[in-house]
Design a protein around this ligand. Structure first.
Ligand SMILES: [Zn+2]
Length: 71
């Protein structure tokens, strides 16, 4: 597993990505998630109700199948 060889420096860089991700989400009110089926990135408005349809693989599912890019 790659995780095992992660350096502290890498950890900091990933943490920076995470912080920037949350800044983007907060400012735009658009969440960035990944599709549980094809793994590609999908945007959706925060507070939007109902299922999400992945534009890449056309799967339609609830939010639980679309985990946040960072959490
Ligand atoms: Zn998909």
């Amino acid at each position: 597993m790659r995780e095992l060889y992660k350096t502290l420096d890498q950890d900091n860089k990933i943490e920076q990505q995470r912080k920037m991700f949350f800044q983007i989400v907060e400012k735009s009110n658009i969440n960035i998630v990944t599709c549980g089926n094809c793994g590609l990135v999908v945007f959706h408005k925060i507070g939007r109700e109902g299922d999400i349809c992945c534009p890449h693989c056309s799967i339609e599912s609830d939010l639980s199948n679309f985990p946040d890019l960072y959490y």
